[in-house]
Design a protein around this ligand. Structure first.
Ligand SMILES: NC(=O)c1ccc[n+]([C@@H]2O[C@H](COP(=O)([O-])OP(=O)(O)OC[C@H]3O[C@@H](n4cnc5c(N)ncnc54)[C@H](O)[C@@H]3O)[C@@H](O)[C@H]2O)c1
Length: 432
């Protein structure tokens, strides 16, 4: 332990980052910027080649900063996981998706644990960053790692530390976002705390990996449930003829006890729609039903259907039917100013509109093409002609670069599912 501690303090430790995606690549860069030698691992040769050429494929990372770390500190990537032997700390950032039946799909974590186990060295620190249910680090990873013949807490150290990256955010970075760490014993926690204190201003040690794992899923369940609450309120407000956007803006003036969440066409991304199921699934082992999670999922999953019904209504009052209508959807990324389309509600929305017989086009400055129900769609140019020729323009993702005034002026009907136009007065706008 002492030698790893010294290496971390002196920044002579080599940090291995496994999984160079949205979480892993920024983390690799953060450690490199903090003067550590970083070795990144991925199973995709293409990603490894791009990293080594200094070409970023993650919107939040610019290629220039990546190249700078390669040149100055020797940041490097590889698919050769036997090189895990060379590193002192291993941060695992592999995907944790769901199966088709919405059960946790831990195969990436399991397979990577098996790989690490084959190359595990005495004195190494292993940290899981992937979001998962409480118990994964101790119940799933630890036994696999101990197949190496080394004992956790004695020969190697093991912890969980959730990633809290906010894609697209200019305000919150790895440095200014407190990092929670929980080790399987006090030595593991201490080392993980020391590791992350090199890149994060505040590190929050907790008593176990289970607490750290639960903290992460709780944060995402919190968002999920609050989004569902405001989505439900939106449905009621519409019936009562009240603008939910005005209500949220007014409620947001309360300086304590309230924080705003916004309604939308559904929830997306790799976290909020998926992570709650990890907890709900684990809870069943304890004969416990996480009713808030199920209720929130129920409400949020209905939102794309609700948006379609409101678009139909908006067209009907103008004497048009959705069938054969030309609908231009703005934004297919799951949230504004990112290029990530994972679980994006826009995709569901487009699929539903097409099922109803609409002729759907889309524009997204960040996403050049998407595959929906087996069909590849290409982003169309956002010209005045395109806007004017659509029977309805739907704001599905409120990218900052859109000129909403211009959109509202050109389109015959705008259905705004994000409240992007709430400061505009235009009778052609229908809001969620
Ligand atoms: N994207 C986010 O905003 C976010 C935020 C917080 C937490 N998380 C969590 O972080 C984890 C990673 O998410 P992500 O968005 O970075 O995923 P991602 O798909 O962008 O990246 C994962 C990377 O891991 C690689 N990979 C898979 N198996 C591997 C293996 N055995 N060895 C080496 N590389 C392997 C993949 O090729 C891919 O490049 C997930 O558990 C996710 O829930 C994501």
């Amino acid at each position: 332990m002492r030698s790893l501690e010294q290496k971390l303090r002196r920044k002579t430790a080599i940090v291995g980052i496994v999984g160079l995606g949205y979480v892993g690549l920024p983390l690799a860069l953060a450690f490199s910027r903090a003067c550590f030698k970083v070795l990144g691992f991925d199973i995709q040769q293409k990603r490894v080649d791009l990293v080594n050429k200094g070409q970023s494929y993650i919107a939040d990372i610019d290629s220039r900063s990546l190249s700078a770390e390669i040149d100055t500190r020797g940041l490097e990537a590889t698919t050769d996981q036997s090189r895990l032997k060379e590193v002192d700390a291993i941060c695992i950032c592999v995907p944790t998706p769901l199966t088709r039946t919405k059960d946790p799909e831990l195969s990436y974590v399991i397979s990577e644990s098996e790989t690490v186990s084959r190359h595990l060295q005495r004195g190494q620190l292993v940290v899981l960053e992937s979001t998962t249910y409480p118990g994964t680090t101790r119940e799933v990873m630890l036994p696999i790692l101990e197949r190496s013949g080394l004992r956790a807490g004695r020969d190697f150290y093991l912890a969980f530390s959730p990633e809290r990256v906010d894609p697209g955010s200019k305000h919150f970075t790895i440095k200014n976002t407190p990092k929670v760490v929980g080790g399987i014993d006090s030595k593991s926690t201490k080392l993980a705390e020391l590791l992350y204190s090199r890149v994060a201003d505040v590190v929050v040690p907790v008593s176990s990996p289970e607490v750290a794992e639960m903290t992460k899923v709780f944060e995402n369940v919190f968002r999920n449930v609050n989004i569902a609450l405001v989505n439900e309120l939106t449905l009621l407000c519409e019936k009562m003829g009240i603008s939910v956007w005005e209500v949220i803006d007014a409620a947001s003036t309360k300086p304590f006890g309230y924080m705003p969440f916004y309604p939308g066409p559904g929830i997306g991304g790799h976290c909020i729609p998926l992570d709650p199921y990890y907890l709900a699934n684990k809870a069943r082992e304890y004969d416990f039903h996480t009713r808030f999670i199920e209720l929130a999922a129920d409400i949020n999953e209905q939102m794309p259907y609700y948006v379609v019904s409101r678009i139909m209504q908006a067209l009907n009052v103008r004497g048009k039917s959705l069938q054969k209508a030309k609908v231009l959807v703005l934004g297919v990324a799951y949230k504004k100013d990112v290029e990530d389309i994972r679980e994006s509600p826009s995709l569901k929305l487009i699929a539903l509109l097409r099922e109803k017989g609409a002729d759907v086009l889309y524009n997204d400055p960040y996403v050049s093409n998407v595959k929906i129900s087996g069909n590849r769609l290409k982003s169309v140019g956002l010209t005045d002609r395109q806007l004017a020729s659509a029977d309805c323009v739907v704001i599905a993702t409120d990218h900052t670069c859109y000129d909403y005034r211009q959109i509202a002026q050109q389109a015959s009907v705008v259905f705004d599912a994000r409240g992007a136009t709430r400061k505009l007065r235009n009778k052609n706008i229908v809001r969620l």
